[in-house]
Design a protein around this ligand. Structure first.
Ligand code: ADP
Ligand code: 5GP
Length: 218
């Protein structure tokens, strides 16, 4: 008999990308609040920590030399140069989560999303792009977040078009107008994708048993 609770699941790599300020971090937190079994891929970066950021929780902060060494050792699943700094997703924790059927959430840019999609894990990837309702609202959100100086905000706004221009490489696109509505849509997408044939390794065995039962009943 099929048992939904004990059916094996393959972990999904859930990628969220957006221009800075569109709501990725907020949606990431909400998704993890909804399902705490989803782990978050803590990126490595060469940028300096912002006030309140904790090493090992928000990012693994490291020198450029250490970063390049890890890339050379093949320890990064993907990596990219963003806003003048290097960012990358360490491979080990992702593989460990996926192997035990847990989903991993990535807050990475379009370059990283593309690399993961084209990797051996590509078939287990769900990529979602978050668009702002308008450029004016994106600017307002960066300002109200209160994390960055006017200069940094201007730099992020300038870069936003570069990120937005890659919206059409993603499986799903959400316009983050009303936060609650976007969160609900995000959960729907994740729940549906978990049912992809390739995410349910127990199906082959189940169909084999159905066949046996069918033949026995003839
Ligand atoms: P990102 O991680 O994409 O840079 P954040 O999640 O930090 O963006 O969101 C930027 C700011 O916008 C935060 O202050 C957040 O509370 C706010 N925000 C996020 N989504 C919405 C929304 N749908 N409506 C209004 N404000 C939002
Ligand atoms: P921030 O400096 O604001 O934390 O992040 C800047 C940008 O880098 C964001 O667009 C974020 O998605 C992206 N980013 C963060 N970590 C990674 C990573 O590991 N890989 C890639 N490719 N991009 C990342």
């Amino acid at each position: 008999m099929w048992n939904e609770e004990s059916a094996p699941r393959r972990g999904l790599l859930i990628i969220l990308s957006s221009p800075s300020g569109a709501g990725k971090s907020t949606l990431t937190q909400r998704l993890r609040g909804w399902d705490p079994t989803i782990s978050f891929s803590i990126s490595a970066t060469t940028r300096v920590p912002r006030a309140g950021e904790v090493d090992g929780r928000d990012y693994h902060f490291m020198s450029e030399e250490a970063f390049k060494h890890q890339v050379a050792q093949g320890e990064m699943l993907e990596h990219a140069h963003v806003f003048g700094n290097f960012y990358g997703s360490p491979r080990g924790p992702v593989q460990a989560a996926i192997d035990t059927g847990r989903d991993v959430l990535f807050d990475i840019d379009w370059q990283g999303a593309q690399q993961i999609r084209n990797s051996a894990l590509g078939q287990h990837t769900l990529s979602i792009f978050i668009l702002p309702p308008s450029i004016a609202e994106l600017h307002r959100r960066l300002q109200t977040r209160g994390q960055d100086s006017a200069e940094v905000i201007a730099k992020r706004m300038q870069k936003s078009w570069d990120e937005i221009s890659h919206w059409d490489g993603y499986d799903f696109v959400l316009v983050n107008d009303d936060l609650d509505r976007t969160e609900a849509k995000l959960k729907t997408i994740v729940e549906a994708t978990r049912l992809r044939r390739t995410q349910q390794p127990g199906l082959t065995e189940h169909v084999r048993r159905l066949q046996q039962e069918f033949e026995d009943s003839q």
